[in-house]
Design a protein around this ligand. Structure first.
Ligand code: UD1
Ligand code: UDP
Length: 364
């Protein structure tokens, strides 16, 4: 039986790596399909190198477009792949359009599926990812959760607990594996940073797509840059719009290309503060003990607020929150870390999948 992983976007690669290595350890036959949702070398190739991911069986090169265009191309491309490869199980990750398309295709073809990072909810359906999460979880046959709150969301949506497994966070497995390689000095030197600095990532449509929101966001980030140099490895989405709103490279604000996984986390590890609207970065800063200000009205990862270093802020609150965080400083990662965020989630997922392939259901 072939287990097929469908990956398309930057955060997918990080979540899949530990599952793929866990399954390899158990001798399960597997393959990887890259949808090509992300295609720039710094959004894709670099992760295959840094995370030691195997060569994909195919790259569908679906590229960018509106949601409908991208999803439609994904659907037709993935249907062909599934008919050709006849997988026994398809594993999908997170909440991107590639995840949604893969689960829909498999549901229609009667191919069993597993969803890694199930049950996260922001309860904000204006977020494209929230729609993807709800549909994906409704259709998945096996659901792997990173945090206990996800279990109750799924129960509330009527999903049978027999399908659901709390396994911890594979994104944190990848971070554990990378830890020995995380050295801030070379990246800091390359970017001309000395002393304290903040790292920023911005790419949520609600923040960057609309000119008025982009302006408000950029003004807030400039308010932080008055206090501490801010380096922003900028996602391609909204680059133009943010530049028009005043997010331009200068001494206090460094705008750079997206960084590779090891470089990015090295930079974060040495940072005094992180400003973000990313999902995964909220979790990584919790693990690294770096203060994180998330510029969003909600989060599907509340555990990073209750058990981590994360705080939700509005753009207006950002400069003062940054000032406070710079005074408070970093915390050491403690035993307060979310349960099962221990670097062993990939193997837990692999064990459940291997048992499922043998016709057993490892009790959740
Ligand atoms: C996608 C995910 C989002 C995730 C993010 C991670 C969906 C709906 N959204 O958002 O949940 O947080 O990935 O990074 O799936 N582009 C490039 N080069 C690339 C990829 C994209 O230039 O390699 C540009 C294109 O202009 C494109 C835009 O970025 O139109 C958006 O890309 P897309 O994959 O549609 O969504 P993301 O914003 O990256
Ligand atoms: N990341 C990276 N380089 C960057 C920015 C982010 O390697 O310049 C990594 C980050 O460490 C995390 C993942 O990309 O592992 C998160 O992806 P992103 O923020 O694009 O997506 P989200 O988590 O919001 O869906």
């Amino acid at each position: 039986t072939l287990v097929l992983h469908v990956l398309g976007a930057r955060p997918n690669f990080v979540k899949a790596a530990p599952v793929i290595s866990g399954l390899a350890e158990l001798g399960v036959r597997q393959g990887l399909i890259h949808t090509g949702q992300h295609y720039d070398a710094l959004m894709s190739d670099v992760f295959f190198v840094d995370l030691n991911l195997p060569e994909p069986l195919a790259n569908l090169a679906v590229g960018s477009g509106t949601h409908a265009q991208q999803t439609a191309t994904l659907l037709t491309g993935l249907e062909e792949v599934m008919l050709r490869e006849q997988p026994g199980l398809v594993v999908v990750y997170g909440d991107v359009n590639s995840t949604l398309a893969a689960i829909l295709v498999c549901a229609k073809l009667g191919i069993p599926t597993a969803h890694v990072e199930a049950g996260l909810r922001s309860f904000d359906r204006s977020m494209p990812e929230e729609v993807n999460r709800i549909v994906t979880d409704a259709l998945a046959d096996i659901l792997f959760c990173t945090s206990p709150d996800a279990l109750s969301h799924l129960a509330h949506e009527g999903i049978s607990p027999s399908k659901v497994h709390l396994v911890g966070n594979p994104m944190i497995d990848s971070l554990f594996s990378a830890l020995p390689k995380l050295d801030p000095a070379p990246v800091q030197e390359r970017l001309g940073l000395s002393g304290r600095y903040a790292v920023g990532t911005l790419h949520r449509p609600a923040n960057v797509d609309d000119p008025a929101s982009a302006k408000e966001l950029v003004d807030a980030v400039l308010g932080v840059a008055e206090q501490v140099p801010v380096v922003v490895p900028l996602h391609p989405r909204g680059r133009q719009r943010l530049a028009e709103a005043g997010l331009v490279d200068g001494p206090a604000l460094k705008i750079v290309e997206p960084l590779g996984y090891v470089d990015f986390l090295s930079l974060v590890r040495g940072a005094a503060l992180v400003l973000t609207d990313s999902g995964g970065v909220q979790e990584e800063t919790t693990m690294l003990g770096v203060p994180c200000l998330t510029i969003r009205p909600n989060t599907e990862r509340p555990i990073t607020v209750t058990h981590g270093t994360n705080r939700l802020v509005t753009p207006a609150q950002l400069p003062a929150a940054a000032a406070q965080a710079l005074v408070d400083g970093a915390s050491t990662p403690s035993e307060e870390l979310p349960v099962l965020w221990d670097g062993k989630s990939g193997l837990r997922i692999a064990r459940v999948i291997a048992a499922w392939l043998r016709g057993e259901n490892l009790s959740p």
